[in-house]
Design a protein around this ligand. Structure first.
Ligand SMILES: [Zn+2]
Length: 269
């Protein structure tokens, strides 16, 4: 990420930053999307810069020697900006203050949630199809038992906190439509479709879990995984919040009905 790769951000902080920002620049009214989808010959590319609100160094832009050094590289002190706006805020650090930048970050995250909420109201089978077809891979294996743990209990078990609860509630609004869509696909197209969808998620869950991701960061990473899969399959989806919402709905449906999130017993098995 620009010249900042040397900094040691945790995966957890990055997943929260990327997931909550929707990968948009936080500078007011910029909203440039900071992720270029992969192409046939290149991987996806992160174009954004991770900017520090309070400087990483005691002498950097917006430095504050009283702000604990151990907290400077964590999610609450980080904001995603495009290259231009990162350059601007660091060059004019008296104009663009810590308080302003915290405000921009809050506004961007609220804007993403609002757009996602609007998108969630409008999703139909067409949007679910973009997401599910992109995620379904391989051949169905024997079906495993579905668990019936209530979402609240499951959230606690999976270390999901208030940071995830709005998106979980939002996604669960359309979980019945996801179930109806998967039923339709199983009946009319391919009986193994729901199981193959689940397997795609479980594989990604296990990969991220093995990397040490847990809780909210894992939840956001899985939502982004589903959305980026859809964007890879259909580049026109990259600016569509209804497709983003569909990805979230699919994730929350799986959270509700199957054992995607049933760590750690599931992963150990
Ligand atoms: Zn920008």
């Amino acid at each position: 990420m620009g010249g900042k790769m040397g900094r040691s951000y945790s995966d957890r902080d990055l997943k929260l930053l990327f997931g909550k920002s929707g990968m948009f620049c936080a500078f007011p009214a910029c909203r440039t999307r900071l992720l270029a989808p992969g192409t046939d010959v290149d991987d996806e590319a992160v174009l954004g810069h991770i900017a520090h609100i309070v400087a990483h160094a005691d002498a950097g832009p917006r430095a504050d020697a009283t702000f604990p050094a151990t907290e400077r590289d964590h999610y609450p002190n980080l904001v995603l900006l495009c290259r231009n706006h990162h350059g601007l805020v660091d060059a004019q650090d008296s104009t663009y203050t810590v308080e302003q930048m915290r405000g921009w970050k809050d506004e961007l995250e609220a804007w993403v949630e609002e757009r996602l909420t609007e998108g969630m109201r409008g999703i139909q089978f067409a949007e679910l199809e973009i997401v599910c077809r992109a995620l379904v891979t391989g051949t169905a294996m024997a079906s495993s038992a579905m668990s019936a743990v209530p979402p609240q209990e499951k959230m606690a078990h999976n270390e999901l906190t208030a940071a995830s609860s709005h998106r979980m509630t939002l996604g669960l609004m359309q979980a019945p439509q996801v179930a109806a869509y998967l039923q339709e696909m199983a009946t009319r197209v391919d009986t193994g479709f729901p199981q193959r969808l689940r397997q795609g998620f479980v594989a990604e869950y296990e990969r991220l879990h093995a990397e040490g991701l847990r809780g909210d960061a894992l939840f956001f990473a899985l939502g982004d995984f589903a959305f980026e899969a859809a964007v890879s399959a259909d580049a026109n989806s990259s600016d569509r919040f209804d497709v983003r919402a569909a990805a979230l709905a699919v994730l929350c449906h799986l959270f509700e009905v199957c054992d995607v999130f049933e760590a750690p017993a599931h992963v150990a098995s």
